[in-house]
Write a protein that binds this ligand. Structure first.
Ligand code: NAI
Length: 324
């Protein structure tokens, strides 16, 4: 039997975690042979609800679960954490401007970044799901000077998975036939789902679909998918977001099958200047991710990659004073 790993989840009484915690506990993230200790963080008003979640987790009698810790103290929840999934965030309230939202979340993610810095395993892998995910990840990382910025990532996998399904359905193929999908930039409506390098059953995607569908249907559909889910369901994506978080962490830890999209610290690759968390095409191997280099970028792509970069720089500017 392997030693258990410690997995911290924040916002653990929320709707994404109601799927996420149970799937992690059943071994979907790290495998059916990897015992886990769940370390669940909530804010004080949600502790009763969190205790209900803990009761249900216990009632599942999951063989892999060695212990469950529930706390409203990030120093407790992140203690020795090997993986941290930062899901909890402040939603936009009535009359709240974008800047207010960025600031409210910056306050949360600076505290959590510091708590990770002070308490987590030195090898902790952090995934930020709570929105605005890329900038929240940047804030957490800037407040964790003893950890490598590369240990902080933002979730783009839901966008990546959505894009794969749209293309598979359009071409009449299965998602497993789609390879080298890339979503660049921010987890927002400026993201750029790029088909230039994508293949379906070995054929270039752009030879299989009309250019017009790509530009006027596919790209906006993927960009606006979150809003479409809210309209249809009356609530934001939850099970699909949890599933994407599991895909992201599993691939990071155990290796990816080809290219996946991850929000990571920009390092100058593809002319995206450092200082923001930008989604790149990466391949994961041996517990690490590496940016796929050398892909050709045409004018159409460059314009969209720049637009989403500009938005991330504006988000950064709004919270500059909290970057530690
Ligand atoms: P939710 O509102 O159901 O749950 C959020 C939970 O976080 C609540 O229980 C709340 O009490 C808790 N929370 C708030 N502040 C906290 C703090 N400082 N520490 C610990 N817990 C805290 O929201 P849901 O649906 O679970 O979504 C969570 C976040 O994920 C939202 O920000 C949402 O926008 C984002 N999201 C991101 C996606 C992505 O692709 N990156 C996709 C879907 C959602």
């Amino acid at each position: 039997m392997k030693d258990p790993v410690r997995i911290a989840i924040t916002g653990a009484a929320g709707q994404i975690s109601y799927s996420l915690a149970f799937r992690i506990a059943s071994g979907d993230m790290l495998g059916k042979d990897q015992p886990v200790i769940l370390q669940l963080l909530e804010i004080p008003p949600a502790m009763d609800a969190l205790n209900g979640v803990v009761m249900e987790l216990n009632d599942c009698a999951f063989p892999l679960v060695q212990d469950i810790v529930a706390s409203d103290d990030p120093n407790v929840a992140f203690k020795d954490a090997d993986f941290a999934l930062l899901v909890g965030a402040r939603p936009r309230g009535p009359g709240m401007e974008r800047k207010d939202l960025l600031e409210a979340n910056a306050a949360i993610f600076s505290v959590q970044g510091k708590a990770l810095n002070d308490n987590a395993s030195r090898d902790v892998r952090v995934l930020v799901v709570g929105n605005p995910a890329n900038t929240n990840a940047l804030i957490a990382s800037c407040n964790a000077p003893d950890l490598d910025p590369g240990q902080f990532t933002a979730m783009m996998r839901l966008d990546h998975n959505r894009a794969k399904t749209q293309l598979a359905q359009k071409t009449g193929k299965h998602v497993t036939d789609v390879e080298s999908m890339i979503v660049w930039g921010n987890h927002s409506a400026t993201q750029y789902p790029d088909l230039a390098h994508c293949k379906v059953a070995g054929k270039p995607a752009l030879e299989l679909v009309e250019r017009d569908w790509y530009e006027t249907d596919f790209i906006p559909t993927v960009q606006q998918r979150g809003a479409a889910i809210i309209k249809a369901r009356g609530a934001s994506s939850a099970a699909s977001a949890a599933s994407a978080a599991i895909d992201h962490m599993r691939d990071w830890a155990l290796g990816s099958d080809g290219i996946v999209s991850m929000g990571i610290p920009a390092d100058g690759s593809y002319s995206v200047e450092p200082g923001i968390m930008y989604s790149y095409p990466v391949v994961c191997k041996d517990g690490k991710y590496e940016i796929v280099q050398g892909l050709e970028v045409d004018d159409f792509s460059r314009e969209r990659m720049n637009a989403t970069e500009t938005e991330l720089r504006e988000e950064r500017a709004a919270v500059e004073h909290l970057l530690g």
